[in-house]
Design a protein around this ligand. Sequence first.
Ligand code: NAD
Length: 260
Amino acid sequence: MEGQPRLPFCFFAMLEFCSMEISSLVTSLRNTMSSHPRTAFLTGAGISTASGIPDFRGKEGIAYASRHYGMRYESLISHSTLMSKPEVFYDFYWSRMVYPNAKPNAAHLAIAAYRGENAVLTQNIDGLHQKAGSKNVIELHGTTAKYSCLSCGRSYSLSEIRHDGVPHCPSCGGVLRPDVVLYEEPLDYSALEAARDIISSAEVLIVVGTSLNVYPAAGLIYEFRGRTKAIVNLEATPLDSYFDLAIHGPAEEILPEVLG
Ligand code: NAD
């Protein structure tokens, strides 16, 4: 132990207590899920960090935006920056928001393999739930897989356009935009309504990997009328007390245990 910081005995006792508490919470949620109740999964950036996609709160998100561009993340990926400074918007977009080679991790796969009736409502734009095999997915914030022309409205897939600089419409030369909901833009009304219906009729709600800071997606949790609501997140969120079970740990380890 020479040269190592000394930690009081109670620190180790606390660690042991925390891991015991987590395992009993996991067991409790696992028991709930064993009868395959109708479940709504609400997911955020944290479910994809194990696939190599940085989350929003981490140092690659907010801090990177201010370090490299002197701008807040929210203004960098806003509608007005796309319209007024498309080269700045796309410089950040291609380097930090598009991960075409990312693969689903054990958390996406566990959800896709869940045998009960279910739907995934995701704030993510990475398409990993669909790649994992989930069929019923609502992308509340859109997707990086599709683009449309700001001049003529034609649509393109990611594979049809250049992945650097400002992409232009092969047909009319107009600037393309990603089918992602940018800051200053409303969410798609029908997607939001469908998400509300799914949550309000679910028996179980499992929220995964989100700081629950981005509205209106975060507000969807209040539509839940079922019997058990749980959150699985690496760290505590301001809304943990709303849930019956708050499990703090990596989703890629916890979800396979809970749903397997
Ligand atoms: P967020 O970054 O605000 O919060 C992510 C949360 O996930 C954090 O609380 C963090 O502790 C937790 N987390 C990180 N790794 C985890 C892991 N392995 N297991 C469990 N939890 C983990 O993300 P948000 O709440 O989704 O809001 C950010 C916004 O940015 C969303 O609108 C989203 O569309 C967008 N975004 C999407 C992606 C993506 O598509 N993968 C990535 C970054 C940001």
